[in-house]
Structures are given as structure tokens and as C-alpha cells.
Ligand binder design. Structure first.
Ligand code: F6R
Length: 365
């Protein structure tokens, strides 16, 4: 049942190219337009919406951060982001001009469901992004987008996350066109790049031995820091969560620009820093941040686009991802982070698929 893989997690990491393809293809018609069958919001209804709130837990919430970025960029609607367990208790300002998007792999997470109900009660329209057909969250939402990742068994979410990213990109592009704020050219260019991602993801998986040997040397850290800017900051939160939940190493992700506002105090000789530097417009800033932590003795693993070799001068090890648009790098850059977390956990002898204290679906509060 694990298809020859040692763990479900590794199998599911390898299923990502297919999961991406399966989530995109059924949504495209013969004119290369995005058709979202279960999203019923009309152009007029969308035009009335003046704010979107994305609400979820854990990995799904981190996918939501990228959703915020994509919607603001492609559909030009302001987006707030919140953790479901915070949203539901803070009496958020929500009205009938608000669209709330809940993201949940299982579609059963208690806090996410409660947040959705809270939003509906306040008059919001609710859209669900979920991997389970007929789940409670899908039944209670007005609009639904199903991620076709297939069943996810490992507690640590991997393929569900990447399909959530794809969902958010498709929703954002679709909204941009519906609202008339996104040019057809840009839409088509992003779509073409989205379709090219499965093959690029395969390439990263093909080179996974690099991450395994890196993990074999870096598994004994007390603490790991993930840094990035823009989209990379969002992806590093997911990378950090992956590491801590399956390897039990303390890890945290912080926006690289925040380093000098406190966290840099913790960087010392040998501290592992994973630095994401995939964004062209932020590349130089990231190089300076890498130099800053190197100067304090950090061991830096960088993740960069394969065209940006300059970074080899600053980082100790560089993991390359294939070239893609800056807006879409998240789908690729998360894969080395998943593999790094996985191999570190294996090297530490952890029960990767069933980490202690964690359940696959959190239906209690
Ligand atoms: C981490 C992980 C959790 C879930 C979270 C939400 O790998 O799996 O953080 O993402 O519990 O679960 P869903 O998406 O089912 O609502």
C-alpha cells in the first residue's frame, strides 16, 4: 500500500506532480479557460465583495497565506488572513460584503468549521477548499473547490498543501478574469506556467538524494531557523512546521527582514538556517540576510532558482529549483523543504507517518 516507499509521507511527496496535474486539468476547458463547477459566485456577487478573509489551521493556513498573495495580485481584492481558532473568538468584522475562504484537507477540522459557521452567521459568503468530497466543511459552504490530491494518510500534510496552492492560484486567476482586472495575457501566461509545474516538481524529486545526504549530516540540531521574504516567507512557515512536527526539532520561520529585530540573537556557531531566496526582486536582500547569519556562524542551506548561482558564494549548500515565475515558486520550493524534514526525521529514527501527540484530523478543540 505504500507503493514501495518506506513511509506514506515519502509516497505522498512523490505523488505531488500527479496531484497538481489532477487538480488543474479538470478545470480547464478547450479554450484554456478556468471553469470552477462548484464555485457559483456570479460576477455581480463578486463585484459586491469588498474583502476576502482566508481562515484555516496549520498547513492549510500556510497555504492560505499564498492564497492571500495570489488573490491580491491577480484579483485585486484585499485579503485578510487568520488562524481559525483566533478568528472564531475575536469577534471579527465580517458582513455580507465579505467572502470567507476556508481551507481544510480533511474538511472536518473543528476550529475551521466553527469559523465558517461564525462567518455565515454574520452574513458572509463562504467558500471551501477541501480534499474530501462530502466533508462537513464542503457541505456547509456556499462554494467549493475540491483539491484532487487523493487520500492523504501521513499525518504531515504534503500533497494536500501543494494542491491547496494550486486551488488558490486557480481561484485567484478566475476571480481576476471575472472582475476584469487581470489581462488575458497575464492569465494565460500564469496558466501555462502552472501546467508546467508537475514536470518541474518531478525534477526536484529526481534529485532528492542531495537532500538525503544533507539530512544525514544535519539531523542533530537543537534548533533550526527558516528565513525568507515575500512568498518565500510564507513557504518557510510550512517548511518549519514540517520539520518540527515529524523530527521534534525546535524550529521557527521568520521573515528575513525581522531577523535583526530580535531573532538574530539566537544565531550562533553551527546554527542551521534554511534560507529561501527564490524571489528575483528580493534576491539581493536575501543575500545580505544570509551574510548576516553566516557572520554569526550559521550553517546556511539556501533554496534558489537554478539560474541564480551567485548565492553559492554566500550559502554553505544550495538546493536549486527549476526556473518558474516568481508568483509560483512556492509550489516547487516547498518540495525540498518537505524532503529535508522527512530525511531528518528518518535519520533521527522518528515515527514519520504518525508523529507523537498529533492526529490526522483535529475534530476536537
Ligand atoms: C501539518 C498538518 C496540520 C493540518 C491542520 C489542518 O502537517 O497536517 O497542520 O494542516 O490540522 O487540517 P485540515 O487541513 O484537515 O483542516
Amino acid at each position: 500500500e505504500k507503493g514501495g516507499y518506506q513511509h506514506f509521507m515519502l509516497k505522498e511527496i512523490h505523488e505531488q506532480p500527479k496531484a497538481i496535474k489532477d487538480t488543474i486539468s479538470p478545470r480547464l476547458n478547450e479554450h484554456n479557460e478556468i471553469v470552477l463547477d462548484d464555485i457559483k459566485i456570479t460576477k455581480e456577487e463578486l463585484e459586491r465583495i469588498n474583502k476576502i478573509m482566508i481562515v484555516a489551521c496549520g498547513t492549510a493556513a500556510y497555504a492560505g497565506l499564498i492564497g492571500k498573495y495570489a488573490i491580491e495580485k491577480f484579483a485585486k481584492i484585499p485579503v485578510e488572513w487568520d488562524i481559525a481558532s483566533e478568528f472564531r473568538y475575536r469577534d471579527p468584522f465580517v458582513d455580507d460584503k465579505t467572502l470567507v475562504i476556508s481551507i481544510s484537507q480533511s474538511g472536518e477540522t473543528a476550529d475551521t468549521l466553527a469559523a465558517l459557521r461564525e462567518a455565515k452567521e454574520k452574513g458572509a459568503r463562504v467558500m471551501a477548499v477541501t480534499n474530501v468530497v462530502g466533508s462537513r466543511i464542503s457541505r456547509e459552504a456556499d462554494d467549493v473547490f475540491y483539491t484532487w490530491a487523493g487520500p492523504e494518510i501521513a499525518v504531515a500534510s504534503t500533497k494536500a498543501y501543494v494542491t491547496q496552492l494550486i486551488a488558490m492560484y486557480l481561484i485567484a486567476l478566475n476571480m481576476g478574469i471575472k472582475k476584469g482586472v487581470l489581462s488575458k495575457e497575464k492569465h494565460d501566461a500564469v496558466l501555462m506556467e502552472l501546467k508546467a509545474l508537475p514536470e518541474k516538481a518531478e525534477k526536484i524529486l529526481f534529485d532528492k538524494n542531495i537532500l538525503q545526504s544533507l539530512a544525514d549530516k544535519q539531523f542533530n540540531n537543537q534548533s533550526v531557523f527558516y528565513i525568507g521574504r515575500g512568498l518565500d516567507d510564507y513557504v518557510s512557515r510550512e517548511g518549519s512546521l514540517k520539520l518540527k512536527e515529524i523530527s521534534y526539532i525546535h524550529s521557527e520561520a521568520i521573515a528575513a527582514g525581522e531577523l535583526k529585530h530580535g531573532t538574530i540573537a539566537l544565531i550562533e556557531e553551527g546554527t542551521l538556517v534554511v534560507a529561501l531566496a527564490t524571489q528575483d526582486s528580493l534576491y539581493d536582500k536575501m543575500l545580505s540576510n544570509i551574510k548576516e547569519v553566516k557572520a554569526r556562524g550559521a550553517y546556511v542551506i539556501a533554496v534558489a532558482k537554478e539560474t541564480n548561482k551567485e548565492i553559492e558564494k554566500s550559502a554553505d549548500t544550495v538546493i536549486y529549483i527549476p526556473e518558474t515565475m516568481d508568483e509560483l515558486t512556492a509550489v516547487l520550493s516547498v518540495i525540498p523543504l518537505q524532503l529535508l524534514a522527512y530525511y531528518i526525521a528518518v535519520a533521527r529514527g522518528c515515527d514519520v507517518d504518525k508523529p507523537k501527540n498529533l492526529a490526522k484530523s483535529v475534530t476536537v478543540e
